[in-house]
Design a protein. Structure first.
Length: 196
């Protein structure tokens, strides 16, 4: 556990040391543990408190069986499902692109890299969102723009990981990350909601 925490916090200062920190760890185990930790933090440290505070999302529910008034409560159990689907779809897309381009790939390592990377970025985003919720001075659009800027760190971590562990060129790593984001975006638009 101490080793996991040390590697996790290394991700905020050095992508190279971060990737090296779990290079010899079981794959996709570490990515899976990191992913689970990230989704439960979102569910229980962001959406559950918002629900208990009686807040409602700024965008109405697109799902007929969940009302907008209780949507944050539904996100407590829906977030793990949606984020897990995005993680697996994004990793699958990267794996398929590498295989179709004739490059070697390792799906388990991809899931390790992306799972650990999303923990680093996702945990910071929870802290970031609460800063803006408490300040009350920004809307969902500006919060979304700030998330895109913060996500650049996720791109850096993933690209470094793909280059170091699978020999993927930087340009291809960036392209695959952006495609994976675009590929999983419809799920986010359909089910997820801004905390502001």
């Amino acid at each position: 556990m101490r080793d996991f925490l040390r590697v996790w916090f290394t991700g905020y200062v050095s992508p190279t040391k971060f990737i090296d920190g779990f290079a010899d760890k079981p794959a996709p185990h570490w990515g899976f543990y990191a992913h689970l930790l990230r989704v439960f933090m979102d569910s229980f440290l962001l959406y559950l408190p918002l629900f208990l505070l009686g807040r409602t999302p700024p965008t109405p529910s697109y799902v007929s069986f969940i009302s907008t008034d209780t949507y944050y409560g539904a996100l407590v159990w829906l977030t793990p499902i949606v984020f897990t689907a995005q993680w697996l779809l994004g990793g699958s897309l990267m794996h398929v692109i590498l295989r179709l381009s004739g490059r070697s790939s390792d799906f388990d390592r991809i899931l390790n890299i992306t799972g650990m990377g999303t923990l680093v970025v996702g945990a910071f985003l929870i802290f970031w969102d609460w800063l803006w919720i408490i300040a009350g001075s920004v809307d969902q659009h500006w919060l979304g723009y700030s998330h895109l800027l913060i996500d650049v760190w996720g791109v850096v971590i993933t690209v470094v990981g793909l280059r170091k562990r699978l020999g993927v060129p930087v340009w291809l790593g960036v392209g695959m990350y952006l495609l994976a984001m675009a590929f999983s975006m419809p799920l986010a638009i359909m089910f997820m909601r801004s905390p502001l």
